[in-house]
Design a protein around this ligand. Structure first.
Ligand code: 9G3
Length: 573
């Protein structure tokens, strides 16, 4: 493609709304443009990358035995009413009416559509297992779209759905998808981890998120330095230390109420009593669906509200309001504690670590008062001890006891075992080999295609621009004559342009009458893996080859170029 003809609206300045490197670079290099908040146009360079990623996904999905189809984005509300999700979702679900005033959704995902399709056409075990997938635009009205296409309201997803006769079949389908994802993200050239994740509203077991490691990732990953364990922080289970006792177990001292004017936060209590945060019981009031829960965690730990919600099998969890707390506990939030709690209305759940606390400090359920020397079982009881906190780097790996470390990641894929959640609700059944009617067992598997494009740019860039891996780059070679007014440079470039394309390379030919500096700056910004420069040295028959990802430069006699290039490329892939 000749660059003088290509629509690449590069930008010199950094757009204000772009906070992270990949968002800035995709805008500046002319890959994407925002239409409105959270809604983007993929410009020609960006769209070439998207298509490369889609092609990799297709090849691996087809190799895993999945079949591609394309479902509509517009879905009748009736299907969402069958599964109860029409009412379960709020403003994030984009809804519209047609000319007959009928309700529709703009598809954020396609469990309902695919299950209704399969139930109408599959009714015998002979036709299972089945894995159907699509690559299609999704709509989710994010409350706060940000970071370019990492969190947009319209995005491109590959979503696949597997249908099996039993759990064993699902495990096979799931494994095939898990492996396909390993191949896909490896081929996309990103450093990624498959991490144990929370099944969320979907429920069920076994769900993994594929995370591209990045400091700007919204998700926190807890991983073990010794073994392969890694989990989304939401999910990472805490291995309960049998002892768990505080340093130097003391004898329980008599309970004492202390006047603590205006000391509300853990830090203020710590300083007031001149103790460590490990000696404070933090009391947090939540509402899980309709149940009020007083959650107790040690002062130096963080409550994990997802674990708390899952403990109750709840759908919605929210912090209780100050008014609720005042009504339920007779005290402002900062002075709550587990002693003398109205157990008819409130469940008391404590993290395992609380069990081992001796002579702790906690709120006295009275404004400006705290208790000290609080001892579990003597001064208060607990309905249940559970793992309700975030793992920390001081905790041991739940699998091997090794050291835990944190990383941040961008979620680009997510694989779920759905079980019968949708097939039951929608009656997707089949006759098994004994002629008995059974419910299909489902799995679902997503990849954020547009998000993956930006995740690659986030992980592979430097201050001058993007460093696209060979496999997803918009072009393979950037061919740049330094001065198009010099016949020898222009003619050599024209010949090479043809030859390289005849060899199957995708070439962006910078035929613009721009100064060399501008051409090289744009080239670094766009980030095509190999740059071939035709400059003054062509007088000696030499061209320059430069690799974008490590800056290596080679001077090569033009007649050896194709041979040398094949070797250079072989090392790149
Ligand atoms: C909605 C809205 C947002 C949603 C969903 C439904 C996420 C929803 C979960 C999934 C699960 C899998 C198939 C591909 C892989 C992921 N956000 N999810 O169901 F109505 Cl507004 O989408 N679906």
């Amino acid at each position: 493609m000749k660059q003088s003809r290509m629509f690449i609206p590069t930008l010199r300045e950094v757009p204000a709304e772009a906070e992270i490197a990949s968002h800035q670079l995709l805008l500046r290099a002319g890959f994407i443009r925002q239409l409105v908040s959270g809604v983007y146009t993929y410009l020609p360079l960006g769209y070439r990358v998207l298509r490369k990623i889609e092609q990799i996904v297709r090849e691996e999905m087809n190799r895993a035995g999945a079949q591609e189809l394309l479902m509509p984005a517009i879905q009748p509300a009736e299907l969402w009413k069958e599964t109860g999700r029409w009412d379960a979702y709020g403003p994030e679900l984009m809804r519209l009416k047609d000319r007959h005033d009928r309700d529709f959704v703009l598809g954020p995902t396609h469990e309902e559509v695919i299950t209704s399709l399969v139930r109408d056409h599959i009714n015998t075990y002979k036709k299972l297992p089945l894995n159907l997938y699509q690559i299609q635009t999704k709509y989710r009205d994010e409350v706060r779209p940000r970071f370019g296409v990492l969190r947009s309201r319209e995005f491109i997803m590959k979503d696949a759905y597997s249908f099996d006769v039993d759990r064993e079949g699902l495990d096979k389908s799931f494994q095939a998808m898990y492996e396909a994802y390993q191949h896909i993200f490896t081929r996309c050239g990103v450093d990624f981890r498959a991490v144990e994740a929370d099944a969320g509203a979907i429920g069920g077991s076994d769900t993994y998120e594929f995370m591209v490691l990045s400091d700007v990732g919204e998700d926190t990953i807890a991983y073990c330095r010794e073994c392969s364990y890694s989990a989304n922080l939401e999910k990472a289970e805490v291995r309960v230390k049998e002892t768990g006792t505080q340093e130097g177990v003391e004898d329980p001292l008599p309970l004492e109420k202390v006047h603590t004017p205006d000391a509300r936060t853990v830090e203020q209590i710590r300083d007031f009593f001149n103790i460590s945060e490990q000696q404070i019981i933090k009391s947090l009031m939540y509402k899980v669906d309709e149940q009020y829960v007083l959650a107790l965690v040690r002062g130096d730990h963080e409550l994990n509200d997802l674990k708390l919600k899952n403990l109750f099998g709840g759908n919605v969890i929210e912090m209780a309001t100050d008014r609720d707390v005042q009504t339920l506990m007779g005290t402002p939030t900062g002075f709550m504690g587990p002693v003398d709690v109205n157990r008819d209305k409130i469940k008391v759940v404590a993290d395992h670590a609380v069990k081992y606390m001796v002579n702790a400090v906690t709120g006295a359920n009275e404004q400006d008062y705290h208790y000290q020397n609080v001892n579990v079982e003597r001064d208060f009881t607990v309905d249940q001890y559970a793992d309700i906190r975030n793992i920390t780097e001081k905790d041991q790996c739940p699998k091997c006891g090794g050291e835990i470390a944190f990383a941040r990641g961008i979620e680009v894929g997510h694989v779920f075992k759905l079980g019968t959640k949708y097939s039951e609700a929608m009656g997707a059944k089949f006759l098994d080999e004994n002629g008995k009617e059974q419910v299909m067992i489902m799995g679902c598997y997503g990849i954020g295609i547009s998000r993956t494009m930006q995740a690659v740019a986030e992980q592979r860039h430097d201050e001058d621009g993007i460093q696209w891996p060979w496999t997803v780059a918009p072009f393979h070679i950037h061919l740049i004559p330094v001065n198009v007014k010099k016949d020898i440079q222009r003619e050599t470039a024209e010949q090479l342009y043809q030859k390289l394309q005849d060899e199957g390379y995708e070439v962006l030919f910078d035929d613009r009458a721009e100064r060399a500096g501008v051409k090289f700056k744009d080239s670094d910004l766009i980030g095509i893996p190999i740059r071939i420069t035709i400059g003054g040295k062509i007088e000696e028959g030499l061209v320059e080859v430069k690799l974008r990802h490590n800056g290596e430069v080679y001077e090569i006699p033009v007649e050896e170029l194709l041979t040398r290039l094949n070797k250079i490329v072989a090392d790149l892939i």
